[in-house]
Design a protein. Structure first.
Length: 184
C-alpha cells in the first residue's frame, strides 16, 4: 500500500525495509525522545514479524519518504474498542521542523477517515514538549497525563501524555481532501 501527496509518500513497510528499521529502532539517539536511550534492542527477525503482521484492518507500519529518500516512519493500530492509535517519527534531521510532520499526519488521518475510523489516539513522553506542541497545534486534545507510569532503560521513571482527536470534527485542509492518492 502507498499513500501519497505531492512528493510525500507513506509506503507500507516491507521486508526490504527491515535493516533500515533496525538501524533506526536500535539507535539510542533516535529513540531517546520516546524513553529508549539505548535503542529498542530489537532483532531483524522481530522486525520481520512486525512487518508480516501489517494489515489494513488491524494496523500498518509505513516508511515516510520525501521523493526517494526515507525520512521516518508512521503507523496505526486498531484497538479493541475500534479506536485507532497512531505514532510518527521524522528521523532525518534535515527533514525536521519543516512542516513535514503536519503533511504526513494529514495523509494518515485522511486515509483513516476514508476507512471509516473517527477516534484517533496517541501518546508521547511528557518530556517531549516539541511533540506535544505539534499534536495540540493540529487539533489533538490532551486527555490525561500519567506521571511516573513506566521506567526507562536507565531506571528513570517516565511520564506519558495521552491525546485524542475526533475526525468528524477535524478540519482537513482542502488540498488533502481530494489530492491524496491511495494505492492498495
Amino acid at each position: 500500500m502507498k499513500l501519497s501527496y505531492q512528493n510525500y509518500a507513506l509506503h507500507e513497510a516491507t521486508l526490504d525495509d527491515v535493516y533500515l528499521l533496525a538501524e533506526w529502532w536500535n539507535d539510542g539517539n533516535i529513540m531517546a525522545h520516546a524513553g529508549f536511550p539505548k535503542g529498542l534492542n530489537v532483532s531483524v527477525h522481530e522486525i520481520e514479524n512486525t512487518i508480516l503482521k501489517n494489515s489494513i484492518d488491524e494496523g500498518m507500519l509505513f516508511i515516510i519518504r520525501f521523493g526517494e529518500k526515507s525520512i521516518g516512519e508512521t503507523n496505526y493500530r486498531v484497538c479493541d474498542n475500534e479506536e485507532i492509535e497512531i505514532g510518527i517519527k521524522i528521523i532525518d534531521e534535515e527533514s525536521q521542523n519543516k512542516g513535514i510532520g503536519t503533511i504526513v499526519i494529514n495523509i494518515l488521518l485522511r486515509f483513516l477517515y476514508l476507512q471509516g475510523h473517527r477516534i484517533i489516539n496517541l501518546d508521547t513522553n511528557l518530556n517531549n514538549l516539541r511533540a506535544q506542541h505539534f499534536y495540540e497545534k493540529i487539533g489533538f486534545t490532551k486527555e490525561k497525563t500519567e506521571n511516573d507510569s513506566w521506567c526507562d532503560q536507565n531506571g528513570k521513571l517516565q511520564s506519558s501524555v495521552f491525546y485524542k482527536i475526533n475526525l468528524d470534527r477535524y478540519c482537513f485542509e482542502e488540498s488533502f481532501i481530494d489530492n491524496i492518492r491511495i494505492q492498495i
